[in-house]
Design a protein around this ligand. Structure first.
Ligand code: CTP
Length: 402
């Protein structure tokens, strides 16, 4: 999954010939999972039609301060709302005229009004003839915009509409998308961090077809992996058997079956990770031996002797160096006290308590209601939420602590 997935992108199109490429840009952004809205300067309308752009973006395209069509009830196109809606504002192509207006805070069209109202990162892909691009006045404007924190995708060398050849072509739409992804990835709060997550149940074999397991669906661990990946981390997701899949390209899925497999997989990676979260419902007991062949019922119910599995999280706590270590606690009585005890015993930085006493929360379901307990015993209670939102809360807490 792309870092652009779910991002709200406001695309500003100005009146240069490169505007004819913007339908491809919209399509490439939408393909990456972004939601795209388009604003155009009036002169951009000469180069590309709003109908093409609204069809591809599946959103209305705006180019004036007032909504066209109904002169009896004029309506304002709210540039502030539009600018605040955006997670990022991409202006492509940006003409010399628009760059100059942006640098001077001029506001004679809707696109410029959006620019001046935007609170999100602004990316600019200039396009103009080579001498205009190289003119000191234009270079000074671009420098000024960079000093405002705007990001410029430099114009490319090549054949220009004037018939000349040189630097001035808008970066190609696919390259803009790749550069955007790289830039967003570099800015992500967990960029450069490795996060290890255990998820799902473990299955402890009785014979080749039977096992001891539990009702864990893995949804909480997978949601945490997804959130860590969105925040830019490289994620190692060590998962017991589940029906889930991990889509994000930052996630490496390591499938395991038993507690012993999970233990081995965890300690293949643990020494070098920055954050580790144990969300797996690891079986606490396993049969001492597992039969090589299916146990036949004619011989009557077998006696199964159990032994303890290794406590993976406790060992992670013992070997903890740089890792920020978070465990989960599933409790049915004395919840807070038991969870605090686990946090201390297993040498954790925090523990997430989920209670089986909360209706609609926990195992199997898509919601959870948690208490996040820090190692200093302070804690915060959260409402019942979808597991994706719970994951956001957990990472907000972790990022605060880091
Ligand atoms: N855990 C683990 N390895 C185990 C058992 C548990 O890594 N063999 C981890 C779980 O992933 C969870 C935490 O330990 O993060 C607590 O699990 P939980 O089942 O609540 O507690 P237990 O330690 O198993 O203790 P008890 O069953 O007595 O509550």
């Amino acid at each position: 999954m792309s870092v652009l997935s779910g991002k709200k992108v406001l695309l500003g199109i100005t009146g240069g010939i490169a505007a004819y490429k913007t339908p491809l840009l919209v399509r490439a952004l939408v393909k990456k999972g972004a939601e795209v809205k388009v604003v155009m300067t009036p002169s951009a309308l000469d180069f590309v039609t709003p109908l093409t752009l609204s069809t591809l973006s599946q959103n209305p395209v705006l180019s004036s301060f007032t909504a066209e069509g109904n002169s009896d009830h004029p309506q304002w196109n709210n540039h502030v709302e539009l600018a605040l809606w955006a997670d990022l504002f991409l202006i492509a192509p940006a003409t010399s005229n628009t760059l100059s207006s942006m640098a001077q805070a001029r506001c004679n069209n809707l696109l410029l009004a959006c620019y001046l109202s935007a609170q999100c990162p602004v990316y600019i892909a200039p396009a103009m003839d080579l001498d205009m691009y190289a003119h000191p006045a234009n270079l000074a404007n671009m420098e000024k915009l960079v000093s405002f924190g705007n990001y410029i995708f430099p114009a490319q060398e090549g054949f220009l509409a004037s018939g000349l050849e040189g630097k001035g072509r808008m970066m190609e739409p696919d390259d803009i998308v790749v550069s955007l992804e790289e830039n967003l990835q570099a800015k992500a709060p967990l960029n450069g961090n490795t996060v290890l997550i255990t998820a799902g149940p473990t299955h402890e074999a009785i014979d080749p077809v039977r096992f001891i397991g539990n009702h864990s669906s893995g949804k909480m661990g997978y949601a945490l992996a997804e959130e860590a990946a969105i925040l830019g981390a490289n994620v190692i997701l060590i998962s017991g058997p589940t029906a889930l899949s991990a889509a994000h390209h930052n996630i490496t899925l390591v499938p395991v079956i038993s507690a012993a497999d999970m233990h081995a997989a965890v300690f293949n990676h643990y020494a070098s990770v920055d954050i580790a979260i144990a969300a797996a419902a690891v079986a606490d007991f396993k049969p001492i031996t597992s039969a090589n062949q299916k146990i036949k019922k004619q011989s009557g119910p077998p006696e199964i002797h159990l032994t303890s599995t290794v406590d993976i999280l406790a060992q992670m706590g013992k070997e903890k160096q740089q890792q920020f270590l978070v465990g989960f606690a599933l409790e049915t009585e004395n919840e807070l006290e038991n969870a605090k005890g686990k946090c201390l015993r297993k040498n954790l930085d925090a523990i997430v308590l989920n209670s089986l006493n909360d209706k609609d929360a926990g195992f199997g379901g898509s919601h959870n209601k948690i208490t996040y307990i820090r190692k200093d015993d302070t804690f915060v209670d959260f409402d019942l939420k979808p597991k994706s939102a719970v994951s956001k809360d957990i990472f907000t807490q972790i990022l605060n602590a880091l």
